[in-house]
Write a protein that binds this ligand. Structure first.
Ligand SMILES: Cc1ncc(COP(=O)(O)O)c(C=O)c1O
Length: 419
């Protein structure tokens, strides 16, 4: 075993990884565009965008330069009592893109969610509706690993050990569109409607991932479902929190997934792609009514690295690339090709439920094929394809070219043939 890997195993406790029974980690030394390179120079196409955060390709020169320029001027400053131009300009840009004027920065997807939950809860306290202290969410939803985020996530292996510590919340059945046989009348929303009509007085907010339940199995659902949820939230005077930590920044074909439903949430949680996967950064956006209710009531929440200038600079540069490289147009153009490549996997008897949205595509593996064997076969073909349970998925960087896409798909077929 490589000496570095021995040293890794001696000290580095990896996330979501079972020590001793997992494959040893890949030692990655550098990256460029779609590719990661290991210590021996072998290339792996990062087809899961390094946990769904890389947008414009690794080591994009514009983002690199923005970070270098920023560190030359200001590395960090606390965000209470101080501000800086990068944070101000980024807040203006995000507010315009989302149609929500107030931006609260934090460090990662889980904290973006915690902020929204706490703001929603405190808003109702601020205006005297003290009984509104529960949340409603989807049973296959995933919102992060902090306690609030886990409490509103679906029950799973991720939350199992911590169940006794989670606060009670309402969970509804998730839309399972790719395996649903019914003609869609959104009848799966009945439970949501029932819970809201019975308990809306004690519910502060509904939280969900728009159009794609990521960690819950890459489950895609239509904009009509999201629109109906928004209508129910509004009808029952319950906030709508949209967790776009995974779906934001062009992943689903539009800048934000919620744009496809032509709605505006009360809270929008952003992270991952916000810096195109270069620095840990997050933001929670909201509107005037929420902000104004804190007029005389402080929101007691913050993190040391709130509005970190390097993160702000990386995010602003990443947003500028959407313009300079016509990223969304590229996604729209390449999306049908991606979909047709995915359909070709229909020929394998062990694959079912092919689904996609934007440059995210997934299918289920039959029990006869082990996900780990797919992972290993894909690595041999130079693809970092990390299964999610029995789900094999692509979460492609938006910069992927037609040629790169073709090569990724060809090598995925080779991997399946060698199983
Ligand atoms: C939709 C969603 N929300 C929140 C999170 C948590 O983000 P983080 O891992 O940055 O805390 C994730 C992470 O995968 C996510 O997919």
């Amino acid at each position: 075993m490589d000496d570095w890997i021995k040293r890794d195993l001696a000290h580095f406790w990896h996330p979501f990884t079972q020590m001793h029974s997992s494959d040893p980690p890949l030692l990655i030394e550098r990256a460029q565009g779609l590719r990661l390179f290991d210590a021996k120079g072998k290339a792996y196409d990062d087809v899961i965008s390094s946990w769904w955060c890389n947008v414009h390709g690794h080591n994009h020169p514009t983002i690199q330069q923005a970070i270098i320029d920023q560190i030359d001027a200001l590395d960090h400053v606390l965000a209470a009592g101080c501000t800086h131009k990068g944070a101000i300009a980024l807040a203006e840009t995000l507010a315009k893109l989302a149609g929500l004027p107030y931006v609260f920065y934090s460090d990662n997807g889980s904290t973006a969610v915690e902020v929204a939950l706490k703001m929603s809860f405190q808003y109702w306290q601020n205006i005297g509706k003290k009984e509104k202290k529960r949340f409603l969410s989807l049973d296959r939803g995933y919102h992060g690993d902090t306690f609030g985020a886990m409490s509103v996530s679906g029950k799973s292996a991720f939350t199992g050990p911590f169940n006794p510590l989670l606060f009670p919340s309402y969970h509804i059945n998730s839309p399972l569109c790719s395996s649903c046989q019914q003609k869609c009348s959104l009848s799966c929303l009945k439970r949501c409607q029932d819970i809201l009509s019975k308990h809306h007085k004690e519910i502060a907010a509904i939280i969900l991932e728009p159009l794609l339940l990521g960690a819950g199995g890459m489950l895609v659902y239509p904009a009509t479902y999201l629109k109906r949820i928004a209508e129910l939230a509004s009808h029952f005077n319950v906030h709508l929190i949209l967790d776009e930590v995974a779906t934001g920044f062009g992943r689903t074909g539009t800048f934000f997934a919620f744009h496809q439903a032509k709605i505006t949430p009360d809270f929008l949680c952003l992270s991952k792609g916000i810096t195109s996967g270069t620095l840990p950064f997050a933001a929670t956006l909201t509107h005037n009514a929420i902000y104004d209710s804190f007029d005389t009531k402080t929101f007691f929440h913050g993190h040391t690295y709130t509005a970190n200038p390097l993160g702000c600079a990386a995010a602003q540069a990443s947003l500028a690339i959407f313009e300079s490289e016509n990223t969304l147009e590229h996604v729209q153009n390449i999306q049908p090709l991606f979909r047709s490549y995915l359909e070709e996997f229909n020929t394998y008897s062990f694959i079912s439920n092919i689904r996609s949205i934007g440059l995210i595509g997934a299918f289920d593996l039959a029990e006869t094929v082990s996900p780990r064997s797919v992972y290993r076969a894909a690595l041999k073909q130079g693809l970092l394809l990390r299964p999610l349970g029995n789900v094999i998925y692509f979460f492609l960087p938006l910069c992927i070219t037609k040629e790169e896409l073709k090569s990724v798909m060809q090598r995925t077929h080779l991997a399946f043939k060698l199983l």
